[in-house]
Design a protein around this ligand. Structure first.
Ligand SMILES: [Zn+2]
Length: 446
């Protein structure tokens, strides 16, 4: 069967396609000259070369962040927890240099330790990092740091530099995505790697200073900032895979920690004596997470094994995770992906269906189920899953490819050709593109 190669390789589906398209679009816009220009940096008040206008920051965020959020297994279903984190976020957002940005705060099901910000103000915080913090002041510090990246327009700065240097964003993005812990990232969607690729050390310094300023202005004890820094500093020494992405995007250093200590000891000494850190409130709202701490840790261990390409070992960790948290969306979906890489499609389907049942609004399970059905050669089922996925999370070119692949399997050559043509309009290199191209040629569409 000629097509089997693709079915296998979907485990490593190219994660870079959207960002490549973005790169092309950004280049085109820059070439047209209406985009690149000087703008006042909201933080420094100085004029800087910025490739993106504020409207474009918001638009790029709007198009990309839903894919990343779904790649991180969606927003937690625990509404009280999500509202709590968002409430802390709103307080911080109002203290920033860009209070009018459309900030939104998402507590993510992903178990790895991470937080990120898209340029329009979408901020993601994982269950993994919430488990590591000990009070609300530390959470405020973390959100303050991420909001600092937004306020100082760090993504715009980086895009500008990257494009001027001619760096191919698609390469950057693939490198970042390979560290997310999902060997099968391509199965469930695509991350927005290039947008979230590493900040420079200077940007980290600035985000730290802003984070401390914002959280202190919001009334929190600046000690919380030290709590966050010492947690990160301790973890950065351990080289755990669960932390790899966080440190690749936000480089940690003892200098960051020492600077924080100095600032808190001097400028914020009074606030440190007087202000609350809201430890109890934090512990109350995150109690549900700590109850399933063993499951979250087991998922982190499983992800580490998946990254080291040991799905057999990963499976045991995911089994342990499911013992503690049998209805956990991420644990079920991770197990499904692990089983797919072990070529146990029937078992994978069971877990993916369980995942879909416990969180029907979250699209990633549909994608994984679609892939599972492709492998099982149940092409009509696969097609309807990819159609649903496209409706709920449009814009993933892999979906277009697999819709075509399903049509091909069903013998509907004309529909398949249409999808392959659409796909090639968005992506013109890689295994999928080769497959689409060779079929179109074989069928004499080109
Ligand atoms: Zn950072």
């Amino acid at each position: 069967m000629k097509s089997d190669r693709f079915v296998k390789e979907t485990q490593n589906a190219p994660a870079s396609v959207i960002t490549r398209r973005q790169f092309l679009r950004l280049s085109a816009m820059a070439g047209a000259g209406f985009l690149a220009g000087c703008a006042v940096n909201p933080v420094s008040g100085q004029r800087e070369l910025m490739l993106m206008s504020e409207a474009q920051e918001i638009e790029i965020d709007r198009q990309n962040s839903p894919h990343q959020i779904s790649g991180d297994y969606g927003t937690v279903q625990d509404k009280a927890l999500n509202n709590y984190v968002a409430g802390v976020g709103r307080t911080i957002g109002e203290s920033t240099h860009r209070p009018d940005m459309p900030y939104s705060y998402h507590t993510l099901n992903a178990p790895y330790v991470n937080a990120y910000a898209f340029p329009g103000g979408t901020i993601g915080i994982t269950r993994g990092i919430l488990l590591e913090m000990e009070d609300e002041a530390a959470l405020a510090a973390l959100i303050g740091h991420e909001a600092g990246h937004v306020a100082a327009r760090h993504t715009s700065q980086r895009m500008t530099r990257s494009l001027i240097a001619g760096v191919l964003l698609s390469g950057v993005s693939a490198a970042v995505d390979s560290r997310t812990g999902d060997l099968v990232a391509g199965l469930g969607g695509i991350g927005a790697g290039a947008l979230l690729a590493g900040y420079s050390r200077n940007q980290e310094r600035e985000a730290d200073a802003l984070g401390l300023e914002y959280m202190a202005q919001s009334g929190y004890n600046p000690e919380g900032f030290l709590g966050l820094m010492s947690m990160l500093n301790d973890m950065s020494g351990k080289n755990e895979s669960a932390m790899a992405v966080l440190f690749s995007t936000h480089p940690m250093s003892s200098e960051r920690y020492e600077t924080a200590v100095r600032e808190v000891d001097t400028r914020y000494a009074q606030a440190r004596r007087d202000r609350p850190a809201y430890r109890e409130r934090y512990m109350d709202h995150t109690a549900g997470l700590r109850q399933i701490r063993p499951a979250i840790k087991a998922m982190q261990d499983g992800d580490g094994e998946m990254m080291r390409k040991n799905p057999e070992n990963a499976r045991e960790h995911y089994e342990n995770a499911l013992k503690t948290a049998p209805d956990d969306y991420a644990a079920n979906l991770k197990m499904a992906k692990c089983l797919l890489s072990l070529k146990k499609e029937e078992d994978a389907r069971r877990y993916a269906e369980k995942a879909r049942a416990v969180y029907p609004e979250e699209p990633q399970a549909m994608h994984v189920l679609g892939m599972t059905n492709i492998r099982l050669r149940a092409f009509d089922k696969a097609l309807s899953l990819f159609d649903d996925y496209e409706k709920s999370l449009p814009g993933n070119p892999n979906t277009t490819f697999f819709q075509g692949f399903a049509y091909e399997g069903m013998g509907r050559r004309r529909d398949a050709a249409q999808k392959y043509q659409d796909f090639l309009g968005k992506v013109n290199q890689g295994d999928y593109a080769e497959h689409a191209y060779s079929r179109l040629k074989e069928w004499e569409y080109i």
